[in-house]
Design a protein around this ligand. Sequence first.
Ligand code: UD1
Ligand code: CA
Length: 451
Amino acid sequence: MARAAIILAAGMGTRMQSSTPKVLHKVGGRSMLEWTCDLANNLGCEKTVIVVGPQYPQVGEAASALVGESNVCIQQDQLGTADAVKAAIPAMTGFTGDAIVLYADTPLIPSEVASGAFDAISEGASIVVLGFHAAIPGGYGRLVLGKDGSLDRIVEAKDANPEELAVTFCNSGVMAGPWPLMAELLGEVMNDNAKGEYYLTDLVALARGRGLKAHAAPCDEEHVLGVNSRVQLAEAEAVFQKRRRNELLEAGVGMIAPETVFFSHDTQIANDVEIEPNVVFGPGVTVESGAQIRAFSHLEGAVVSGGAQIGPYARLRPGAQIGNDVRVGNFVEVKNVKMGKGAKANHLSYLGDGQVGAGANIGAGTIFCNYDGFFKYQTVIGEGAFVGSNSALVAPVTIGEGAMIGSGSVITSDVKPGDLAVGRSRQTSKEGWALSFRTIMKARKAARAKG
Ligand code: UD1
Ligand code: CA
């Protein structure tokens, strides 16, 4: 059966206390809205519709970028979850398969868990929700089961009697069903309840009223963690990090203090990579097998090849392509530079925009001066070249293969392969000068002390 997803993202999210709309806040480096779209894709949904509110044009723009403008629907007033799903009806025209409703503020549902809702439809249920046993049921809708264990109805906390409030089996918000049936039942939902809202949860009782079966598929609370505040955003982040660390450890990545290592949603680390404590992976990082990422390093948008050693205290920024057996040591920043096999920059350098040939050695304190305040330029270092410490290479500039740069040089023109370039004033030494200087000064000081 064809699958579609309807993602609700029209809520205000006022409890975030943020000028950024809630669903654009990030977990693992990507927005909760993207996480939810990704889930829809992983579920094999051929159509994904996002319902947005008119208050936040940024959400509409982000949604259009993800699913196309024709699949973005505006819910004018936030009259409840059923009203929100109703707003998706025009965009769902012609779809006759099964639909799943997802909340854009519930980012971490594993696809195999959400898939269970579709499975229950093929096993005969007409409306399926994901339910969980809540530690604190609070404001969640309560799942009231019939004698046969099927789902009888959902009672919102505000409408529940004490007996219903005591139920701890709660509605996650995820609901699935055959779309033509859901669309029809949506027309029957009323708002005669405590909140005066149109509840999507009423679809259960409406389906039961037609003699159809409803089902609550159980899942873990952690899977359906909703984000309403920054505290919960941090909780969701913690759940993501823990999940990712465990996956990577299981896949053979070495970490002695995994709780101090932070990943992004797309971080790719091969087996037998060793990661020391306190490392942060921003988006877009790939690390190949056999590399070592040492303590206190920060990486984003970088590729690290096998045998390379990064850090401690290194920073790799977007476009850093680190070849096999390369060393990037403490307080070295690499941005948009490709480093060939075995190249080394071990201490205190900025390498921005360019290339470092295989086996080249970049001395401590070397700076690629890549920017004139308007444009960025390339620095190209040939294979096996040796750049002496504290050199400033003013781009655009090319240092030929095997060339050497004298320490402390400011290099403004190209250096030919095999040459030595020294770009600093020549040293002069004055014989005995220090000795006689001290003698004079000591005498002067003694004279002053006498008065
Ligand atoms: C809803 C469920 C409740 C469930 C809980 C799980 C209903 C009536 N209740 O309650 O059973 O336990 O979620 O978290 O469905 N939204 C819109 N437009 C609206 C209203 C809501 O897009 O008019 C979106 C919100 O942005 C949010 C989601 O729908 O992402 C849920 O809305 P919310 O008001 O938080 O529902 P709850 O009262 O928490
Ligand atoms: Ca909620």
